[in-house]
Design a protein around this ligand. Structure first.
Ligand code: FAD
Length: 488
């Protein structure tokens, strides 16, 4: 059942599970848990379609690198899956087994914990069962890079694909235009007692359940925790604690340009750092895309051809014929972009500011920041790529100055992959959620989505976050069964 909370204030007294946020994480959890027989309420702030009014709640200030935090999220049913691109690359065992070279630990669990959910996660985003995450091109012939392996989802739009399921699944109630504005925590019992919701006319209700899940995306998950006075008063969320910290992105660096040698194909090439590279350089992982440009360039071999033809045209009066010929795409010149791992660092963070949104929830400031360790990763990837292009006879790479001179500002953009603001750890000293995605210091408050990532690797986040959501659904199913006395 999908109800509009603006017009239907028919929330029940209590549910087994209350989920906040109907993006890929929230929808996956809601359907799994309702199918398992639990009564589930899914609270979504936006409506069926994009509205400027709802989207305005994502406005924030920025004091760090530009994250485009408002433009890279969508605040309505289906969440950011309404414009994701569908690139899927699961984590690998080394993402979990290799500790990052910083003063924070990596994952407190092994990859086996989430690997078993890969087939189901693939099904959710319409990837064929059993399909391999295949290399789309040949590698650089050994060395520090392999061909990158990924698959493309159609891309699945969660609100459309799961519309009938959200409407018809027994035990599931979905409320749209229903904004979470507070979390009520009871310190004595360690229990979250209610999620406070509001419509856009400031009508409020308390939604109560046995178990609660925040699935509002990495920035909002931290924002909701920081905004809850009762969680802060109880010391569950500490003012200078880790909530909101370790915000990570994947780094899209404009690395430079390349020229292919004669005889090399013009297909796009995507490479991925090997585990040996990561170990040898104590650097992060990275995808590198080398794309041949189809337009005539102002540099390199195609530019020379163009100038030659222009001169010939003028000299011989063949202007129109040569103009036609000059527009052909000469293979060989291209640009290099990346998707590089950022390591967790506590200074990269979101924090509350004094200004409030129209429903009284404090807005956030985003301070997206890199460290010298990240610049080291960028430099190593750039240098090794250039070396390997030359050594393998593929061609020549010209790196931009800032790749190897860490004092220069980077030309870079984010990938819209927000991660790490409620990181998973073995203890509260190093994280916000435990190995079951439960907020430390609470008994029944869980977090879903890429905010729980301890490290982000260089894999697109949606496939892994779906695997974690499926794992959390199993955990809660077991927990609820145990509490109800049912056989587990
Ligand atoms: C242009 C673009 C391209 C991308 N391409 C890829 C890609 O190719 N591969 C990939 O893996 N990832 C990609 N991503 C990232 C991907 O979209 C996210 O990883 C994914 O959507 C995160 O899912 P989520 O459910 O955690 O959060 P979201 O999708 O952000 O969903 C959060 C939900 O919570 C709701 N919400 C927020 N606040 C509240 C509140 N107070 N009360 C109630 N509900 C609330 C929102 O309305 C939203 O529906 C891309 C992102 C962008 C912007």
């Amino acid at each position: 059942m999908i109800k509009d909370y603006e017009s239907e204030k028919t929330l029940r007294k209590a549910y087994d599970v209350c989920i906040v946020g109907a993006g890929p994480a929230g929808i996956t959890l809601a359907l799994r848990l309702a199918e398992a027989g639990w009564s589930v309420v899914l609270l979504e702030a936006g409506g069926h379609e994009y509205t400027p009014r709802s989207q305005a709640f994502y406005k924030c200030t920025s004091t760090g690198l530009e994250l485009y935090a408002e433009e890279t999220r969508l605040r309505y049913l289906g969440g950011t899956s309404n414009h994701w691109a569908g690139r899927c690359r699961p984590f690998t065992a080394s993402d979990f087994s290799v500790a990052p070279p910083v003063d924070l630990p990596g994952w407190p669990i092994t990859y086996a914990e989430v690997e078993r959910y890969l087939p189901a996660a693939m099904d959710i985003v319409d990837l064929p069962q059993g399909a391999d995450f295949r290399a789309m091109n040949t590698g650089l012939g050994g060395g520090d890079f392999d061909a990158d392996c990924f698959l493309l989802s159609p891309p699945t739009r969660f609100a459309q694909k799961y519309a009938a399921a959200l409407k018809d699944t027994a035990g599931l109630e979905v409320f749209i235009n229903c904004n979470c504005v507070d979390l009520e925590f009871d310190q004595a019992s360690g229990q979250l007692k209610a999620v406070v919701v509001s419509d856009y006319d400031h009508h409020r209700d308390r939604v109560t359940a046995k178990q609660y899940i925040l699935a509002t995306g990495a920035i909002e998950n931290a924002r909701q925790l920081l905004n809850s006075t009762s969680l802060v008063t109880a010391g569950v969320v500490k003012k200078d604690g880790l909530t909101g910290r370790c915000l990570m992105e994947h780094l899209n660096i404009d690395m430079g340009t390349f020229i292919l040698k004669d005889g090399q194909g013009i297909e796009p090439r995507q490479y991925y750092t090997t585990d040996a590279f990561v170990a040898d350089y104590r650097a992060g992982k990275g995808n590198v895309s080398a794309t041949v440009l189809s337009d005539v360039q102002t540099y390199g071999r195609t530019a020379e051809v163009k100038h030659f033809l222009e001169n010939l045209a003028c000299d011989m009066g063949w202007a129109s014929k040569i103009d036609f010929v000059a527009k052909f795409s000469c293979p060989g010149d291209g640009v290099i972009s990346t998707m590089i791992e950022q390591f967790p660092n506590a200074q990269s963070r979101i924090s509350l500011i004094d200004e409030k949104d129209e429903l009284g929830v404090a807005k956030v400031n985003v301070n997206w920041a890199l460290t010298a360790t990240d610049r080291h990763t960028i430099k190593c990837i750039g240098a090794e790529l250039a070396k390997q292009f030359a050594e393998s006879g593929l061609g020549f790479v010209k790196l931009n100055d800032y790749v190897y001179d860490s004092e220069l500002p980077l030309k870079m953009s984010p990938h819209a992959h927000h991660m790490g603001t409620t990181r998973m750890a073995a203890s509260a000293e190093f994280g916000v959620v435990d190995v079951d995605c439960k907020v430390f210091g609470t008994d029944n408050l869980f977090v879903a989505g890429s905010s729980i990532f301890a490290t982000g690797g260089a894999s697109n986040p949606t496939m892994p976050l779906l695997q974690f959501a499926l794992r959390l659904a199993d955990h809660l199913d077991t927990k609820l069964k145990a509490a109800s006395g049912a056989r587990v």
